[in-house]
Design a protein around this ligand. Structure first.
Ligand code: NI
Length: 189
């Protein structure tokens, strides 16, 4: 089932999400729905708050980028209750990011591309792994969503000024988006 994606301006995107418990109802179906929703909207990662759910869960499939980043081939991750440590010895890079909750924008963000991640898979089995490169960036972007942070919060102040109107327009419902979404109705002036 394709779920509507909550856009910039929806309060759920600004809330701290809660841990997922093993008795969460129909978790496997939700995971399937999140992957399906992500593929339908050509995304490479999706966090539960983006479909209106305040729980700590992220899905990632960045196989489409395998020509540029061969390490992403066949990679498909479900992260439940992830905890990430950014490792200071990683490489600091600035690259463009986008977000399904912020349609029509791509902005450069500086991050250290090395993280250690602890998470549970869909069977609640524990994992720990160090990720580097673009994948480390995707993981940070998605896990930020669980703390109510959007990548546009992390762009340089000068760029933030430049995109302010666009963000306000999205929040007011003045937005074009070719996938199913949830946003406030356009406001009349
Ligand atoms: Ni995002």
């Amino acid at each position: 089932m394709i779920l509507p994606i909550y856009l910039y301006g929806q309060p759920i995107l600004r809330q701290e999400a809660e841990d997922v418990t093993p008795d969460y109802p129909e978790l496997n179906k939700l995971i399937d729905d999140m992957f399906q929703t992500m593929y339908e909207s050509d995304g490479i990662g999706l966090a539960a708050p983006q479909v209106g759910l305040g729980i700590r869960m992220v899905v990632i499939d960045a196989d489409v980028l395998k020509d540029t980043y061969p390490e992403l081939e066949g990679l498909k991750l479900t992260l439940i209750n992830p905890e990430i440590d950014v490792l200071e010895d990683g490489e600091k890079c600035t690259r463009e990011e986008g977000c399904l909750s912020v349609p029509g924008l791509h902005e450069p963000v500086t991050r250290i591309e090395k993280v250690r991640v602890n998470w549970l898979d869909k069977d609640f089995k524990e994992h720990e792994q160090v990720f580097e490169g673009f994948l480390a960036r995707i993981i940070q972007h998605e896990c930020d969503h669980l703390d109510g942070i959007l990548y546009v919060d992390r762009v340089a102040p000068i760029r933030k000024q430049l995109i302010r109107n666009k963000l306000n327009n999205i929040a007011r419902g003045k937005v074009y988006c070719d996938y199913k979404f949830k946003q406030n109705k356009p406001q009349k002036r």
